[in-house]
Design a protein around this ligand. Sequence first.
Ligand SMILES: Cc1cc2nc3c(=O)[nH]c(=O)nc-3n(C[C@H](O)[C@H](O)[C@H](O)COP(=O)(O)OP(=O)(O)OC[C@H]3O[C@@H](n4cnc5c(N)ncnc54)[C@H](O)[C@@H]3O)c2cc1C
Length: 454
Amino acid sequence: MSTNTDTKAAPLTVLGAGPAGLATGFYARRQGLGVRLFEAADAVGGNARTLQLGPFRYDTGAHRFHDKNPAVTADVTALLGDDLRRVDAPSQICWRGRRIDFPLAPYDLSRKLPLSLLTRIAWEQLSIPRASNDAAHFEEMALESYGPTLARLFLLNYTEKLWGTDANHLSPQVAGDRLEGLDLRTFLIEAFGGAKDKARHLDGSFYYPRHGYGQIAEATADALGREHIRTGARITRLSHDGTRIRRVTVNDAEPIGVETVVSTLPLTLVLHLLDPPPPDEMRSVAQSMRFRHLRLVVLGLDRARLTPNASLYFPEQSVPFTRLYEPKNRSPDMAPDSQTVVVLERPCHPKTEAWTQSNANLRHNALDLLMEQGLIDERKEVVAADHRAVPFAYPILDVGTEDKAERLTTYLQRFENLHLLGRSAQFTYTHVHNLYAQARTLTRHLAARPDLVG
Ligand SMILES: Cc1cc2nc3c(=O)[nH]c(=O)nc-3n(C[C@H](O)[C@H](O)[C@H](O)COP(=O)(O)OP(=O)(O)OC[C@H]3O[C@@H](n4cnc5c(N)ncnc54)[C@H](O)[C@@H]3O)c2cc1C
Protein backbone atom coordinates (compact mmCIF):
# COMPACT_ATOMS: atom_id res chain seq x y z
CA MET A 1 0.00 0.00 0.00
CA SER A 2 1.28 3.45 -0.71
CA THR A 3 1.79 6.07 1.92
CA ASN A 4 0.10 9.39 2.05
CA THR A 5 1.72 11.26 4.89
CA ASP A 6 1.40 14.82 3.65
CA THR A 7 -0.72 16.73 6.15
CA LYS A 8 -1.96 19.20 3.58
CA ALA A 9 -3.02 16.44 1.20
CA ALA A 10 -4.81 14.56 4.00
CA PRO A 11 -6.08 16.84 6.72
CA LEU A 12 -8.05 13.96 8.22
CA THR A 13 -6.04 11.14 9.82
CA VAL A 14 -7.88 7.96 10.74
CA LEU A 15 -6.30 5.49 13.16
CA GLY A 16 -7.34 1.89 12.42
CA ALA A 17 -8.93 0.38 9.31
CA GLY A 18 -11.60 -1.84 10.80
CA PRO A 19 -15.24 -1.09 9.92
CA ALA A 20 -15.24 2.21 11.85
CA GLY A 21 -12.03 3.51 10.26
CA LEU A 22 -12.98 2.39 6.78
CA ALA A 23 -16.46 3.88 7.06
CA THR A 24 -14.93 7.16 8.23
CA GLY A 25 -12.54 7.14 5.28
CA PHE A 26 -15.30 6.25 2.84
CA TYR A 27 -17.74 8.92 3.96
CA ALA A 28 -14.95 11.49 4.33
CA ARG A 29 -13.96 10.96 0.70
CA ARG A 30 -17.59 11.22 -0.31
CA GLN A 31 -17.70 14.59 1.44
CA GLY A 32 -14.61 15.67 -0.48
CA LEU A 33 -12.27 15.47 2.50
CA GLY A 34 -8.64 14.43 2.12
CA VAL A 35 -8.03 11.40 4.32
CA ARG A 36 -5.35 8.82 5.21
CA LEU A 37 -5.70 5.71 7.33
CA PHE A 38 -3.08 3.94 9.45
CA GLU A 39 -3.70 0.28 10.20
CA ALA A 40 -1.45 -1.92 12.35
CA ALA A 41 -2.44 -5.20 10.70
CA ASP A 42 -1.42 -6.27 7.21
CA ALA A 43 -5.05 -6.22 6.04
CA VAL A 44 -8.13 -4.08 6.50
CA GLY A 45 -11.36 -5.13 8.22
CA GLY A 46 -10.35 -5.37 11.89
CA ASN A 47 -12.61 -7.79 13.75
CA ALA A 48 -14.98 -8.09 10.81
CA ARG A 49 -12.72 -9.82 8.28
CA THR A 50 -13.10 -12.90 6.14
CA LEU A 51 -10.21 -15.36 6.02
CA GLN A 52 -9.35 -18.27 3.77
CA LEU A 53 -8.44 -21.86 4.61
CA GLY A 54 -7.81 -23.79 1.40
CA PRO A 55 -11.16 -23.84 -0.42
CA PHE A 56 -13.02 -22.58 2.69
CA ARG A 57 -13.84 -19.05 3.75
CA TYR A 58 -14.84 -17.94 7.24
CA ASP A 59 -15.27 -14.74 9.23
CA THR A 60 -13.54 -13.59 12.40
CA GLY A 61 -16.58 -14.67 14.43
CA ALA A 62 -20.17 -15.15 13.26
CA HIS A 63 -21.27 -11.93 11.58
CA ARG A 64 -24.46 -10.73 9.94
CA PHE A 65 -25.35 -7.37 8.47
CA HIS A 66 -28.39 -5.88 10.21
CA ASP A 67 -30.80 -3.90 8.07
CA LYS A 68 -31.54 -1.26 10.71
CA ASN A 69 -30.43 1.97 9.12
CA PRO A 70 -31.94 2.45 5.65
CA ALA A 71 -29.28 4.95 4.49
CA VAL A 72 -26.44 2.65 5.57
CA THR A 73 -28.10 -0.42 4.04
CA ALA A 74 -28.46 1.56 0.81
CA ASP A 75 -24.78 2.55 0.87
CA VAL A 76 -23.57 -1.00 1.59
CA THR A 77 -25.90 -2.35 -1.09
CA ALA A 78 -24.45 0.14 -3.56
CA LEU A 79 -20.93 -0.99 -2.61
CA LEU A 80 -21.62 -4.71 -2.96
CA GLY A 81 -24.33 -4.80 -5.60
CA ASP A 82 -25.85 -8.25 -6.10
CA ASP A 83 -23.24 -9.75 -3.79
CA LEU A 84 -25.18 -8.49 -0.75
CA ARG A 85 -27.92 -11.04 -0.24
CA ARG A 86 -30.80 -11.52 2.09
CA VAL A 87 -30.35 -14.69 4.14
CA ASP A 88 -33.00 -16.63 6.02
CA ALA A 89 -31.28 -19.04 8.34
CA PRO A 90 -32.59 -19.87 11.80
CA SER A 91 -30.38 -20.39 14.83
CA GLN A 92 -30.69 -22.93 17.61
CA ILE A 93 -29.56 -23.52 21.17
CA CYS A 94 -27.98 -26.90 21.99
CA TRP A 95 -29.35 -27.86 25.36
CA ARG A 96 -29.14 -31.28 26.99
CA GLY A 97 -28.87 -32.98 23.63
CA ARG A 98 -31.88 -31.07 22.21
CA ARG A 99 -32.00 -28.19 19.74
CA ILE A 100 -34.18 -25.28 20.81
CA ASP A 101 -35.03 -22.52 18.32
CA PHE A 102 -33.44 -19.17 19.01
CA PRO A 103 -34.92 -16.63 19.49
CA LEU A 104 -37.04 -18.65 21.91
CA ALA A 105 -40.46 -19.48 20.51
CA PRO A 106 -43.32 -20.74 22.70
CA TYR A 107 -44.53 -23.41 20.29
CA ASP A 108 -41.05 -24.85 19.82
CA LEU A 109 -40.40 -24.83 23.58
CA SER A 110 -43.69 -26.61 24.22
CA ARG A 111 -42.49 -29.47 22.00
CA LYS A 112 -38.99 -29.72 23.39
CA LEU A 113 -39.06 -28.98 27.13
CA PRO A 114 -40.30 -31.44 29.79
CA LEU A 115 -43.81 -30.76 31.13
CA SER A 116 -42.50 -29.88 34.60
CA LEU A 117 -40.37 -27.06 33.17
CA LEU A 118 -43.13 -25.86 30.89
CA THR A 119 -45.54 -25.63 33.79
CA ARG A 120 -43.05 -23.61 35.78
CA ILE A 121 -42.37 -21.29 32.83
CA ALA A 122 -46.09 -20.80 32.19
CA TRP A 123 -46.69 -20.01 35.87
CA GLU A 124 -43.85 -17.49 35.89
CA GLN A 125 -45.18 -15.85 32.76
CA LEU A 126 -48.55 -15.33 34.37
CA SER A 127 -47.39 -14.34 37.83
CA ILE A 128 -44.38 -12.07 37.23
CA PRO A 129 -45.02 -8.35 36.69
CA ARG A 130 -44.11 -6.84 33.37
CA ALA A 131 -40.41 -6.01 32.91
CA SER A 132 -39.34 -2.51 33.85
CA ASN A 133 -36.71 -0.61 31.89
CA ASP A 134 -34.47 0.26 34.80
CA ALA A 135 -32.82 -3.04 35.73
CA ALA A 136 -29.58 -2.50 37.66
CA HIS A 137 -27.75 -5.35 35.93
CA PHE A 138 -28.17 -7.98 33.24
CA GLU A 139 -29.33 -10.71 35.62
CA GLU A 140 -32.21 -8.58 36.86
CA MET A 141 -33.17 -7.67 33.32
CA ALA A 142 -33.12 -11.30 32.12
CA LEU A 143 -35.11 -12.53 35.13
CA GLU A 144 -37.70 -9.80 34.63
CA SER A 145 -37.87 -10.29 30.88
CA TYR A 146 -38.10 -14.06 30.69
CA GLY A 147 -38.83 -15.25 34.24
CA PRO A 148 -36.26 -17.18 36.31
CA THR A 149 -36.60 -20.57 34.62
CA LEU A 150 -36.08 -19.51 31.00
CA ALA A 151 -33.46 -16.96 32.01
CA ARG A 152 -31.43 -19.54 33.95
CA LEU A 153 -31.79 -22.25 31.31
CA PHE A 154 -30.70 -20.28 28.29
CA LEU A 155 -29.60 -16.73 28.98
CA LEU A 156 -27.70 -16.19 32.19
CA ASN A 157 -25.30 -19.11 31.76
CA TYR A 158 -24.60 -18.18 28.12
CA THR A 159 -24.05 -14.53 28.95
CA GLU A 160 -21.69 -15.36 31.82
CA LYS A 161 -19.67 -17.64 29.56
CA LEU A 162 -19.53 -15.04 26.79
CA TRP A 163 -18.41 -12.17 29.00
CA GLY A 164 -16.54 -14.19 31.66
CA THR A 165 -18.32 -12.25 34.40
CA ASP A 166 -21.24 -12.89 36.77
CA ALA A 167 -24.48 -11.67 35.22
CA ASN A 168 -25.20 -9.50 38.26
CA HIS A 169 -21.98 -7.57 37.54
CA LEU A 170 -22.84 -6.98 33.89
CA SER A 171 -24.63 -3.93 32.59
CA PRO A 172 -28.07 -4.57 31.00
CA GLN A 173 -26.46 -3.14 27.84
CA VAL A 174 -24.75 -6.46 27.11
CA ALA A 175 -28.11 -7.70 25.86
CA GLY A 176 -27.57 -5.51 22.80
CA ASP A 177 -30.63 -5.97 20.61
CA ARG A 178 -31.03 -9.63 21.58
CA LEU A 179 -33.84 -9.13 24.05
CA GLU A 180 -35.43 -6.18 22.28
CA GLY A 181 -39.19 -6.59 22.29
CA LEU A 182 -38.94 -9.91 24.06
CA ASP A 183 -40.60 -9.36 27.38
CA LEU A 184 -43.07 -11.82 28.86
CA ARG A 185 -46.02 -10.03 27.38
CA THR A 186 -44.60 -10.26 23.86
CA PHE A 187 -43.81 -13.88 24.54
CA LEU A 188 -47.44 -14.59 25.43
CA ILE A 189 -48.71 -12.63 22.45
CA GLU A 190 -46.52 -14.79 20.26
CA ALA A 191 -47.79 -17.94 21.89
CA PHE A 192 -51.31 -17.05 20.81
CA GLY A 193 -50.65 -14.62 17.99
CA GLY A 194 -49.65 -15.02 14.38
CA ALA A 195 -46.43 -14.69 12.43
CA LYS A 196 -46.93 -10.93 12.20
CA ASP A 197 -46.41 -10.57 15.93
CA LYS A 198 -43.15 -12.49 15.71
CA ALA A 199 -41.39 -10.42 13.11
CA ARG A 200 -40.13 -7.65 15.42
CA HIS A 201 -37.23 -9.49 17.01
CA LEU A 202 -36.68 -12.53 14.83
CA ASP A 203 -33.04 -12.43 13.81
CA GLY A 204 -33.11 -15.38 11.43
CA SER A 205 -33.29 -12.94 8.53
CA PHE A 206 -30.35 -10.71 7.71
CA TYR A 207 -27.98 -9.56 4.96
CA TYR A 208 -24.73 -11.31 4.19
CA PRO A 209 -22.18 -10.77 1.40
CA ARG A 210 -21.57 -13.54 -1.08
CA HIS A 211 -17.85 -13.92 -0.25
CA GLY A 212 -18.08 -13.39 3.49
CA TYR A 213 -18.68 -10.52 5.85
CA GLY A 214 -15.21 -9.08 5.19
CA GLN A 215 -16.39 -8.21 1.69
CA ILE A 216 -18.05 -5.14 3.23
CA ALA A 217 -14.69 -3.91 4.53
CA GLU A 218 -12.90 -4.78 1.28
CA ALA A 219 -15.50 -3.00 -0.86
CA THR A 220 -15.38 0.03 1.42
CA ALA A 221 -11.57 0.11 1.19
CA ASP A 222 -11.76 -0.10 -2.62
CA ALA A 223 -14.30 2.71 -2.75
CA LEU A 224 -12.34 5.05 -0.53
CA GLY A 225 -9.13 4.27 -2.44
CA ARG A 226 -6.49 1.82 -1.23
CA GLU A 227 -3.81 4.44 -1.85
CA HIS A 228 -5.15 6.30 1.19
CA ILE A 229 -4.69 3.31 3.50
CA ARG A 230 -1.36 2.33 4.97
CA THR A 231 -1.29 -1.17 6.49
CA GLY A 232 1.49 -2.51 8.72
CA ALA A 233 1.43 0.93 10.35
CA ARG A 234 0.95 0.61 14.09
CA ILE A 235 0.37 3.87 15.96
CA THR A 236 2.71 3.81 18.92
CA ARG A 237 2.44 7.36 20.24
CA LEU A 238 0.02 10.28 20.22
CA SER A 239 2.00 13.44 20.93
CA HIS A 240 0.00 16.42 22.11
CA ASP A 241 0.32 19.92 23.53
CA GLY A 242 -2.54 19.65 26.01
CA THR A 243 -5.24 20.84 23.65
CA ARG A 244 -4.43 19.22 20.29
CA ILE A 245 -2.90 16.00 19.03
CA ARG A 246 0.15 17.26 17.14
CA ARG A 247 1.78 14.07 15.86
CA VAL A 248 1.15 10.36 15.60
CA THR A 249 4.16 8.05 15.61
CA VAL A 250 4.06 5.02 13.35
CA ASN A 251 5.87 1.81 14.36
CA ASP A 252 7.93 3.61 17.02
CA ALA A 253 9.92 5.26 14.26
CA GLU A 254 8.02 7.76 12.18
CA PRO A 255 6.46 10.89 13.70
CA ILE A 256 3.82 12.37 11.40
CA GLY A 257 2.12 15.73 11.86
CA VAL A 258 -1.68 15.67 11.99
CA GLU A 259 -4.58 18.09 11.67
CA THR A 260 -7.80 16.29 12.61
CA VAL A 261 -7.67 12.75 13.98
CA VAL A 262 -10.41 10.09 14.16
CA SER A 263 -9.26 7.27 16.41
CA THR A 264 -10.91 3.87 16.19
CA LEU A 265 -8.29 2.29 18.47
CA PRO A 266 -9.41 0.85 21.82
CA LEU A 267 -10.25 3.72 24.17
CA THR A 268 -7.90 2.42 26.84
CA LEU A 269 -5.04 2.20 24.32
CA VAL A 270 -5.50 5.85 23.35
CA LEU A 271 -4.94 6.83 26.99
CA HIS A 272 -1.85 4.64 27.06
CA LEU A 273 -0.39 6.17 23.87
CA LEU A 274 -0.71 9.80 24.94
CA ASP A 275 2.57 11.68 25.21
CA PRO A 276 2.82 13.37 27.69
CA PRO A 277 0.83 10.71 29.60
CA PRO A 278 -2.51 11.51 31.26
CA PRO A 279 -2.84 11.83 35.06
CA ASP A 280 -2.46 8.58 37.05
CA GLU A 281 -6.13 8.75 37.96
CA MET A 282 -7.14 8.47 34.27
CA ARG A 283 -4.64 5.72 33.67
CA SER A 284 -6.00 3.67 36.54
CA VAL A 285 -9.56 4.10 35.22
CA ALA A 286 -8.33 2.84 31.84
CA GLN A 287 -6.55 -0.10 33.46
CA SER A 288 -9.73 -1.18 35.23
CA MET A 289 -11.61 -1.53 31.91
CA ARG A 290 -11.38 -4.93 30.31
CA PHE A 291 -11.93 -6.55 26.93
CA ARG A 292 -13.02 -10.09 26.24
CA HIS A 293 -10.93 -11.89 23.65
CA LEU A 294 -11.93 -14.76 21.43
CA ARG A 295 -10.25 -17.87 20.08
CA LEU A 296 -11.60 -19.56 17.00
CA VAL A 297 -11.27 -23.17 15.89
CA VAL A 298 -11.97 -23.58 12.18
CA LEU A 299 -12.70 -27.04 10.81
CA GLY A 300 -13.19 -27.95 7.15
CA LEU A 301 -15.46 -31.00 6.93
CA ASP A 302 -15.87 -33.61 4.26
CA ARG A 303 -19.65 -33.38 4.12
CA ALA A 304 -21.93 -31.05 2.26
CA ARG A 305 -23.56 -29.54 5.37
CA LEU A 306 -23.53 -29.93 9.13
CA THR A 307 -26.85 -28.24 10.03
CA PRO A 308 -29.21 -25.74 8.34
CA ASN A 309 -28.55 -23.19 11.10
CA ALA A 310 -26.86 -19.81 10.95
CA SER A 311 -25.49 -20.43 14.46
CA LEU A 312 -25.68 -23.04 17.20
CA TYR A 313 -25.39 -21.70 20.74
CA PHE A 314 -24.02 -23.63 23.73
CA PRO A 315 -25.29 -22.13 26.99
CA GLU A 316 -24.13 -24.96 29.26
CA GLN A 317 -21.07 -24.18 31.39
CA SER A 318 -19.64 -27.65 30.78
CA VAL A 319 -19.07 -26.73 27.11
CA PRO A 320 -16.08 -24.36 26.68
CA PHE A 321 -17.39 -22.91 23.41
CA THR A 322 -20.26 -20.42 23.16
CA ARG A 323 -21.17 -20.71 19.51
CA LEU A 324 -20.64 -22.67 16.33
CA TYR A 325 -21.44 -21.26 12.94
CA GLU A 326 -21.37 -22.68 9.48
CA PRO A 327 -20.46 -19.98 6.94
CA LYS A 328 -22.07 -21.93 4.09
CA ASN A 329 -25.48 -21.35 5.68
CA ARG A 330 -24.88 -17.63 5.20
CA SER A 331 -23.50 -17.92 1.66
CA PRO A 332 -23.02 -21.12 -0.36
CA ASP A 333 -19.83 -19.61 -1.83
CA MET A 334 -18.05 -20.06 1.51
CA ALA A 335 -17.23 -23.74 0.84
CA PRO A 336 -17.19 -26.20 -2.07
CA ASP A 337 -20.51 -27.96 -2.88
CA SER A 338 -19.51 -31.27 -1.32
CA GLN A 339 -17.78 -29.86 1.77
CA THR A 340 -18.48 -27.40 4.54
CA VAL A 341 -16.62 -25.41 7.17
CA VAL A 342 -17.54 -24.67 10.79
CA VAL A 343 -16.11 -22.16 13.25
CA LEU A 344 -16.29 -22.56 17.02
CA GLU A 345 -15.91 -19.53 19.29
CA ARG A 346 -14.16 -19.73 22.65
CA PRO A 347 -14.27 -16.45 24.65
CA CYS A 348 -11.26 -15.91 26.93
CA HIS A 349 -9.66 -13.55 29.37
CA PRO A 350 -5.99 -12.92 28.54
CA LYS A 351 -3.36 -14.70 30.66
CA THR A 352 -5.77 -17.53 31.50
CA GLU A 353 -5.45 -21.18 30.61
CA ALA A 354 -8.19 -20.74 28.01
CA TRP A 355 -6.17 -18.06 26.23
CA THR A 356 -2.80 -19.81 26.47
CA GLN A 357 -3.82 -23.45 25.86
CA SER A 358 -2.34 -24.96 22.71
CA ASN A 359 -4.18 -24.93 19.40
CA ALA A 360 -4.08 -28.72 19.43
CA ASN A 361 -5.89 -28.86 22.80
CA LEU A 362 -8.47 -26.37 21.70
CA ARG A 363 -9.09 -28.28 18.49
CA HIS A 364 -9.35 -31.48 20.48
CA ASN A 365 -12.06 -29.88 22.66
CA ALA A 366 -13.90 -28.72 19.54
CA LEU A 367 -13.86 -32.19 18.02
CA ASP A 368 -15.03 -33.74 21.30
CA LEU A 369 -17.96 -31.34 21.28
CA LEU A 370 -18.93 -32.14 17.68
CA MET A 371 -18.83 -35.87 18.48
CA GLU A 372 -20.77 -35.51 21.77
CA GLN A 373 -23.46 -33.46 20.07
CA GLY A 374 -23.74 -36.10 17.34
CA LEU A 375 -22.81 -33.46 14.76
CA ILE A 376 -20.05 -35.52 13.14
CA ASP A 377 -19.58 -39.28 13.10
CA GLU A 378 -15.82 -39.51 13.10
CA ARG A 379 -12.78 -37.28 13.44
CA LYS A 380 -11.49 -38.14 10.02
CA GLU A 381 -14.30 -36.08 8.49
CA VAL A 382 -12.06 -33.10 9.27
CA VAL A 383 -10.07 -32.25 6.15
CA ALA A 384 -8.61 -28.89 7.21
CA ALA A 385 -8.11 -26.98 10.44
CA ASP A 386 -7.11 -23.48 11.46
CA HIS A 387 -6.98 -21.42 14.64
CA ARG A 388 -7.34 -17.68 15.11
CA ALA A 389 -7.23 -15.23 17.95
CA VAL A 390 -9.62 -12.28 17.87
CA PRO A 391 -8.34 -9.82 20.47
CA PHE A 392 -10.57 -6.99 21.75
CA ALA A 393 -13.64 -8.90 20.57
CA TYR A 394 -15.99 -7.43 23.18
CA PRO A 395 -15.57 -4.47 25.55
CA ILE A 396 -16.69 -5.95 28.89
CA LEU A 397 -19.62 -3.83 30.03
CA ASP A 398 -19.49 -4.32 33.78
CA VAL A 399 -21.95 -2.32 35.85
CA GLY A 400 -20.31 1.10 36.20
CA THR A 401 -18.26 0.81 33.02
CA GLU A 402 -20.40 3.38 31.26
CA ASP A 403 -19.32 5.95 33.85
CA LYS A 404 -15.69 4.99 33.40
CA ALA A 405 -15.94 5.28 29.60
CA GLU A 406 -17.65 8.63 30.07
CA ARG A 407 -14.82 9.86 32.31
CA LEU A 408 -12.19 8.86 29.77
CA THR A 409 -14.03 10.34 26.81
CA THR A 410 -14.65 13.53 28.76
CA TYR A 411 -10.93 13.70 29.55
CA LEU A 412 -10.06 13.19 25.87
CA GLN A 413 -12.43 15.96 24.81
CA ARG A 414 -9.67 18.42 25.80
CA PHE A 415 -8.03 17.47 22.50
CA GLU A 416 -10.13 19.57 20.19
CA ASN A 417 -8.92 17.78 17.03
CA LEU A 418 -9.48 14.22 18.32
CA HIS A 419 -12.66 12.25 17.62
CA LEU A 420 -13.40 8.71 18.84
CA LEU A 421 -15.41 6.28 16.76
CA GLY A 422 -15.65 2.50 17.01
CA ARG A 423 -16.71 -0.40 19.15
CA SER A 424 -13.60 -0.48 21.35
CA ALA A 425 -12.97 3.22 20.79
CA GLN A 426 -16.27 4.15 22.43
CA PHE A 427 -16.37 1.07 24.65
CA THR A 428 -19.89 0.14 23.60
CA TYR A 429 -21.57 -3.04 22.39
CA THR A 430 -22.28 -1.64 18.95
CA HIS A 431 -22.56 -3.10 15.47
CA VAL A 432 -21.22 -2.37 12.03
CA HIS A 433 -24.31 -0.61 10.67
CA ASN A 434 -24.20 1.76 13.67
CA LEU A 435 -20.53 2.51 13.02
CA TYR A 436 -21.27 3.34 9.39
CA ALA A 437 -24.12 5.60 10.49
CA GLN A 438 -21.91 7.39 13.01
CA ALA A 439 -19.10 7.78 10.48
CA ARG A 440 -21.58 9.31 8.07
CA THR A 441 -22.72 11.86 10.64
CA LEU A 442 -19.21 12.68 11.86
CA THR A 443 -17.80 13.27 8.39
CA ARG A 444 -20.73 15.51 7.46
CA HIS A 445 -19.96 17.54 10.53
CA LEU A 446 -16.25 17.68 9.67
CA ALA A 447 -17.00 18.61 6.06
CA ALA A 448 -18.85 21.67 7.28
CA ARG A 449 -15.52 22.98 8.56
CA PRO A 450 -13.77 25.06 5.88
CA ASP A 451 -10.27 24.20 7.15
CA LEU A 452 -10.77 20.50 6.33
CA VAL A 453 -12.17 20.57 2.82
CA GLY A 454 -9.32 19.66 0.46
C1 LIG B 1 -17.57 -12.72 17.33
C2 LIG B 1 -18.11 -11.42 16.84
C3 LIG B 1 -19.31 -11.38 16.16
C4 LIG B 1 -19.82 -10.18 15.71
N1 LIG B 1 -21.00 -10.18 15.00
C5 LIG B 1 -21.44 -9.03 14.47
C6 LIG B 1 -22.59 -9.02 13.65
O1 LIG B 1 -23.21 -10.05 13.43
N2 LIG B 1 -22.99 -7.83 13.10
C7 LIG B 1 -22.31 -6.67 13.35
O2 LIG B 1 -22.70 -5.62 12.83
N3 LIG B 1 -21.22 -6.65 14.15
C8 LIG B 1 -20.77 -7.79 14.71
N4 LIG B 1 -19.65 -7.80 15.49
C9 LIG B 1 -19.04 -6.51 15.83
C10 LIG B 1 -18.11 -6.00 14.78
O3 LIG B 1 -17.16 -6.96 14.41
C11 LIG B 1 -17.42 -4.78 15.39
O4 LIG B 1 -18.42 -3.87 15.75
C12 LIG B 1 -16.49 -4.11 14.44
O5 LIG B 1 -15.45 -4.96 14.02
C13 LIG B 1 -15.87 -2.93 15.17
O6 LIG B 1 -15.19 -2.18 14.23
P1 LIG B 1 -14.11 -1.13 14.70
O7 LIG B 1 -13.53 -0.56 13.48
O8 LIG B 1 -14.71 -0.25 15.73
O9 LIG B 1 -13.03 -2.00 15.49
P2 LIG B 1 -12.10 -3.17 14.99
O10 LIG B 1 -12.81 -4.05 14.05
O11 LIG B 1 -11.54 -3.78 16.23
O12 LIG B 1 -10.96 -2.41 14.19
C14 LIG B 1 -9.98 -1.65 14.84
C15 LIG B 1 -8.77 -1.64 13.94
O13 LIG B 1 -7.74 -0.86 14.56
C16 LIG B 1 -6.52 -1.53 14.36
N5 LIG B 1 -5.57 -1.12 15.40
C17 LIG B 1 -5.54 -1.46 16.71
N6 LIG B 1 -4.51 -0.89 17.33
C18 LIG B 1 -3.87 -0.16 16.40
C19 LIG B 1 -2.73 0.70 16.45
N7 LIG B 1 -2.04 0.92 17.58
N8 LIG B 1 -2.36 1.33 15.30
C20 LIG B 1 -3.05 1.15 14.13
N9 LIG B 1 -4.12 0.34 14.04
C21 LIG B 1 -4.53 -0.30 15.17
C22 LIG B 1 -6.87 -2.99 14.44
O14 LIG B 1 -5.87 -3.80 13.82
C23 LIG B 1 -8.19 -3.02 13.70
O15 LIG B 1 -8.05 -3.26 12.33
C24 LIG B 1 -19.13 -8.98 15.97
C25 LIG B 1 -17.91 -9.01 16.65
C26 LIG B 1 -17.40 -10.22 17.08
C27 LIG B 1 -16.09 -10.24 17.82
